[in-house]
Structures are given as C-alpha cells and as structure tokens.
Design a protein around this ligand. Structure first.
Ligand SMILES: NC(=O)c1ccc[n+]([C@@H]2O[C@H](COP(=O)([O-])OP(=O)(O)OC[C@H]3O[C@@H](n4cnc5c(N)ncnc54)[C@H](OP(=O)(O)O)[C@@H]3O)[C@@H](O)[C@H]2O)c1
Length: 274
C-alpha cells in the first residue's frame, strides 16, 4: 500500500515559503529511469524533487509528478537554468519558459541559476520578473561563492532563497554554509553523498558514528547536513535506499561527532571545474 503521506519536516525560506528538509536529487539522465525513480521517491515520502534543464529529463520528471497520487501543491519542484557565458535577460527568461513547457506545470516552485556564468544580474532580473508574473514561486542560485552572492545582492530586488552548493564530508564548505545562513539564504547540499566517492560508505570514522546510532553511513552524513543548517539532496535508484536516506529525523549527532565529520574535509572540490 503506497501512502501519500510524508514524515519529512520542512524549513522556512526568506520568502516565507516552505522547503522540505531533504530533497530527492533527480540528476538521472535516462528519462525512463528518472521517471521511475521520481515516482518511487514521491511514494517513499520525498516532497522536494530537484532537476535541471541540464539533466535532460524535465519531461519525465514532470510526468512522474503529474501521475503521482500526491497533490501537486504538496510537491516542491526545483529546476535550474543552465547559463552560457553570453546569457542575459532574454535568454534566461526563454530557458525558464521552455522548462515550464517540458515540466508540464503552470508554475515552478523553485528555479535556480545553475552556475555563476554570464550576466548574472540580468539573469536574476529575469527570474525576479517571472516570479512577479507567478510563473515561479521562489528563486535561488547554485554554485555561487560568498563574493558572488554579495555581488548579486548589490543589484537584486529579491534575495535568493537558497544557494545549492557542493557539500559532503570531503568538501564541507562550512565557511560558505555559515555565510549563506548569515545572509538568510538556505544552503542546499548537492552530491550530499559524494556520489559514493572516496569510499564514503565504508569510511571508518563515519561507520563508527553510524554504529553508535544504529544508523547507516548515508543517514549519518545526511543528518550532519541537517544539523549544519543545510537541506541535503540525495539520489538513489533504489526505493529502499530512498527510504533509508529520508529516515534521518529521529536521531541527533553530538557536537563532538559533528566535529569529527567536519575533520574529514580535504578542502577542495571532488569535481574539478567547480
Ligand atoms: N547544482 C549542481 O551543480 C549539482 C551538481 C551535482 C548534483 N546536484 C544535485 O544533487 C543531487 C545528489 O547528488 P548526486 O546525484 O551527484 O549523488 P549523491 O546523492 O551524492 O550519490 C548518489 C550515489 O549514492 C548511491 N547511494 C544513495 N543512497 C545510498 C545509500 N543509502 N547507501 C549506499 N549507496 C547509496 C547511489 O546509488 P544507487 O542509485 O545504486 O542507490 C548513487 O550512486 C543530484 O541528483 C542533483 O539533484 C546538483
């Protein structure tokens, strides 16, 4: 029996809307796999679905949401505009309108500028105007560092609600996380499980903490995000792991455990180019 209910709490954004405290990452390039995974994620209780025009799966993601038994208003759908170095106002606007069509929705809940490239001030104005027109509920950015956030805020009429950044035990970006929180911008963690890289699921420090809480390493890492003030995005193509990853709201890591996980930081991105 599939339940349309969820146990996932939410956080409040600076525009007063609510965002589920963990999201399902839909960076899955095969459309049929994406559609099945998003359907499973919603059945499992996820109410935040994160896609992007660059994932080339917006139609499949939109179809999975439309077919679900959960009312559209209970699902926060995120997509992202992929900017070119030449992208300004008109192109950013056209990209969002195209995403609306592919997703098959009247309004996108959260649209992010995927990367800080091109005329970001003009791209941001396009998102602000689309928000005014009711085509987007909330607007944010991704992969902006602190100086890029400050630069955007100099011309922004609307403050970004989130900055979606790489954050996992090997590259926690705690300074940027703290700056986001200071600015009232919710940091979201992408590749929260580091895509399984560097042996994350068998790391002895993480495994020791996991055993102490009778939880898995994935749950410890995602809980660490929540306690640092991030909204993690995790992906799996297996329903049991989706359920496991969302089951992180019934235990608390100690400050000492958080410090030990912070201590795994290697100070550089796992993804050259970011
Ligand atoms: N804004 C950006 O620039 C940006 C960049 C990258 C990613 N993102 C977003 O962040 C999301 C998450 O990042 P990601 O997709 O790179 O990967 P991820 O969530 O860090 O890791 C996914 C990998 O971990 C495995 N996994 C998941 N849960 C597991 C568990 N409980 N136990 C063992 N293995 C587990 C999955 O395998 P199985 O499928 O086999 O379970 C998959 O191989 C993306 O989907 C996307 O929405 C955004």
């Amino acid at each position: 029996m599939i339940s349309p209910e969820t146990h996932i709490p939410s956080v409040t954004l600076n525009d007063s809307s609510h965002l589920p405290a963990i999201g399902f990452g839909a960076m899955i390039y095969d459309a049929q796999t994406a559609r099945t995974a998003v359907a499973d994620a919603i059945d499992t209780g996820y109410r935040l679905i994160d896609t992007a025009e660059a994932y080339h799966n917006e139609e499949a993601v939109g179809r999975a949401i439309a077919d679900s038994r959960v009312p559209r208003g209970q699902i926060t759908l995120t997509t992202k505009v992929w900017p070119s170095p030449a992208m300004g106002y008109d192109e950013a606007r056209a990209h969002v309108l195209a995403s609306l069509g592919r997703l098959g929705v009247e309004r996108i809940d959260l649209v992010l500028l995927h990367e800080p490239y091109g005329d970001t001030a003009a791209q941001w104005r396009a998102l602000e105007d689309l928000r005014d027109e009711g085509k987007i509920r909330s607007i944010g950015v991704s992969n902006y560092d602190a100086s890029q956030l400050h630069q955007l805020l100099q011309t922004a009429r609307v403050r970004p609600v989130v900055d979606q950044i790489e954050s996992h035990p090997w590259f926690n970006q705690n300074a940027l996380v703290d700056e986001c929180l200071r600015l009232g911008i919710v940091p979201q963690a992408w590749s929260a499980l580091a895509e399984g890289r560097n042996g994350i699921f068998t790391n002895p420090v993480l495994a020791h903490i996991a055993a102490a809480h009778t939880k898995s390493v994935a749950q410890v890492v995602l809980r660490w995000d929540v306690q640092r003030g991030l909204v993690p995005l995790a992906k799996s193509t297996h329903a049991a792991r989706m359920r496991e990853n969302a089951d992180i709201f019934d235990f608390t890591l100690s400050n000492e455990e958080i410090d030990r996980i912070d201590g795994l930081d290697m100070g550089r991105s796992l993804y050259p180019g970011y």
